[in-house]
Ligand binder design. Structure first.
Ligand code: UDP
Length: 312
């Protein structure tokens, strides 16, 4: 039985991760300051005696009683809309928050896992993106607050590994979707699904020619557990290589929901990556992992979740 701290544990990915550890019989401490996470995400298991909630901002000094086997650092705004609204908090949680979480892991002799992102590749000039690609990031653009915070977090994690021999992992998470995403977090999946379910116009940014590759949450969580089981300290991509344009994605959502929505075009946000597709060769070879849930199936489950939320 392990004792695990998950920062950002009340967020979309964090809450699924909490649940997966509890299912294995482990003890989970969920740390969250509620800035984009919510107690509702952990309500279903918050009375589990192995679960503890800590209302705390990891960017401030962190103290946790007792031993810890793992520190999983998932706290951060992750939607472009959120990190544009909270630029300084985003930079702080990626830098100070990562430093605090690493220091705690070192103190406790715990394994440390950093939730990094495909955004470290910026607006990539290669496709698909392999882990050895250094990226194309505009440090002073609006998205730089997230991209550079995560790049700093990776550098800090590697420095703790090299200098302090900390047992670290870095996962670069590509677009992930599923139940418990916030309806209004501004990302393409919740936006399109809620617009389609309400028969409101679907807002495609730019011409919709930019591409994304969407991975279902359960596949990601399975990959994270595999990554924790192997000793590998360099970054590993986790995502679904099934790539599509945003316009194709809009049409898919309309078809899956049977919506009467029309598509409208709005300006493309600054520095919006033109392409994004993970090369998952490393995850396949190292972890024996690959996505199992087809996007149509994952989207059906996610649509059901949003339908239920809208009905409330
Ligand atoms: N997007 C869109 N309409 C929306 C929201 C997003 O066309 O209502 C586009 C956005 O410009 C980007 C893609 O969908 O090209 C994915 O955006 P998201 O905010 O989900 O995250 P990103 O992958 O850019 O981090």
């Amino acid at each position: 039985m392990a004792r695990v701290l998950i920062t950002g544990g009340a967020g979309f990915i964090g809450s699924h991760l909490c649940e997966s550890f509890l299912k294995r019989g482990d003890h989970v401490i969920c740390m969250d300051n509620g800035s984009t996470g919510s107690r509702e995400n952990v309500a279903a298991f918050s009375s589990n005696p192995h679960f503890r909630f800590m209302d705390h901002n990891v960017s401030n000094y962190v103290e946790v009683d007792g031993p810890l086997d793992m520190v999983l650092h998932f706290a951060s705004p992750a939607s472009p809309v959120d990190y544009l609204e909270m630029p300084i908090q985003t930079l702080k949680v990626g830098s100070l928050g990562t430093h605090n979480a690493l220091g705690l892991a070192k103190d406790k002799g715990a394994v440390f896992l950093l939730a990094s992102t495909s955004e470290v590749y910026g607006d990539p000039l290669v496709k698909p993106q392999r882990e050895d690609y250094w990226g194309n990031v505009n440090p002073i653009g609006p998205r730089g607050v997230y991209d550079e915070a995560k790049r700093f977090a990776e550098a800090m994690t590697m420095a703790y590994h090299r200098s302090h021999k900390l047992n670290t992992r870095i996962v670069r998470i590509f677009n992930t979707y599923g139940p418990r995403m916030r309806m209004k977090d501004g990302r393409v999946v919740p936006n399109f699904i809620t617009q389609a379910l309400k028969n409101e116009p679907i807002t495609v940014y730019g011409k919709g020619e930019q591409t994304r590759s969407f991975g279902y949450i359960d596949d990601l969580v399975r990959g994270l557990h595999r990554l924790l089981e192997v000793e590998h300290h360099l970054p590993v991509n986790l995502g679904n290589p099934h790539e599509m344009t945003v316009l194709e994605f809009a049409k898919k959502i309309i078809a899956l929901t049977g919506s009467k929505s029309e598509i409208v075009y709005q300006p493309l946000p600054q520095d919006d990556p033109q392409v994004r597709q993970p090369d998952i060769t490393k995850a396949r070879q190292l972890l024996g992992w690959e996505p199992q849930i087809h996007v149509d199936e994952g989207l059906k489950r996610t649509i059901e979740f949003f339908k239920e939320r809208l009905a409330r």
